[in-house]
Design a binder for this molecule. Sequence first.
Ligand SMILES: [Zn+2]
Ligand SMILES: [Zn+2]
Length: 536
Amino acid sequence: MTSEQIAEALDLTAKLMELHGENPFKVKALSSAAYRIDKSGIELDGKTREELEKIEGIGKGIAAKIEELNITGTTQELAALLEKTPSGVIEMLGIKGIGPKKVAQLWKELEVETPGELLYACKENRLVELKGFGAKTQAAIVKSIEFSMANKGKFHYATVEPYAIALVEFVKKQIGSDLVSLTGEIRRKGIIIDEIELLVGAESISMDGFDNPLNIPVAVTVCSPEEYYGALFSSTATPAHLKQLEHLNLVIPTNAKSEEDIYASVKLPYIQPELREGRGEILLAQHNTLPELIDVSDLKGILHCHSTWSDGFHSLEVMATTCKEMGYQYFGICDHSKSAFYAEGLKEDRVMQQHAEIDTLNTKLGSFKILKGIESDILYDGSLDYEEDVLKSFDFIVASVHSVLKMDKEKATQRLITAIENPFTTILGHPTGRLLLSREGYPIDYKKVIDACSANGVAIELNAHPYRLDIDWTWIPYCMEKNVMISINPDSHEKDSMTDVKWGTIAARKGMLTKEFCLNAFSLQEFTSWLQRKKR
Ligand SMILES: [Zn+2]
Ligand SMILES: [Zn+2]
């Protein structure tokens, strides 16, 4: 092994020992030996144990480990440590600004097992109150993880969009023409993006001077102005969409004047870029039944937000007044329920106190209304988190899974269905618990879950946090077919992220959601009468 590899192996051993709370003196000896070897660059391969022991800073124990590394490529000790540590936790050891002790604390106290889960925990402010952490550390961790995620080559749509829009403007200015557009996946508003695809109707462009701090790959295609719309058309759609058009004998003209013209040439209405996936949109277009897609301006209320009553950053009053100032008619607070101890979930007496505060605030807010909600944990057996008399006191209940995420499909599905069948459940929250680019979510039988919602009049959340977007948009058509309402909820833990409903709406449009099927596109009156009907 090279000295660098040996240093790395010793350093990892030290970190894992510290993570598992082993003897601090051993840890110290190992990590300083690793540091010395790395810095000195001294050749260790082929040296006998006696020779190794004579090197300064390497004692008997470490010499034996180096010998073992040289012979087997690892040590039994390291292998055993790796064995008992989840791979995501090992990845977390690489995050700048937190040592093994803090990683252990996050792992044990917050049950965070991957950098992605940690990032999400930061976004939920869960590190601020954690002993030895705080707002500054939390911010540093976010920066570090986002950076390494960015370097892994995949990005959340919300991360890329601002740069993509800026890039279009940058190029438009440069060439003095409007023949510049995003294209491909990002124009179709896919929820995960690996590059910004740009089409330009000009001879050439230069990217010099464009600020791309996240180093998002940019793929530029240039074409002549005459070819622009044809190229835009064929580079936007998925192969499936194009193939289906071929069956209609579409020939893309080289000098089309617009995309509308191209669709019109096979007697189709214009199809929105985000729908060009080849998932049934062409058939709808043929029958002239393409739905009118929901717009973020259709939303009339905000549901599922947190406040300082549980793990939110802003008070209930600040959250509600911000929501009102944004022009909404109602705000449904959903702090965590009592089992979410890590998030200071509300015990019964706190629920009553919060309701009293809501009543007081509502007298001051005019026609705007705060609705009494809760994000009730779905317990292991599918039951909700309070007794009936407490459940009864809420206007609505979002039921979500937050613990015991490792379940097989059958168990997870049954757990959700039990919760859906509970007469107090109004909305099923983030149905799979996925975190895009970092946690897959537990497997569920979507059809069974949606069918159960349909049978019980329960709405399904499209969690609008750009790392969740859960329920996946591909299931929205089935929800609508089954008359299941979708609620686009920001799950905000602070006032400024209520605007996340934008990301939820973008995903919902891909799923062809119309405002009629969106629960929080209801006016306050429509929503309250929907709740009353549901209660009956
Ligand atoms: Zn939740
Ligand atoms: Zn929540």
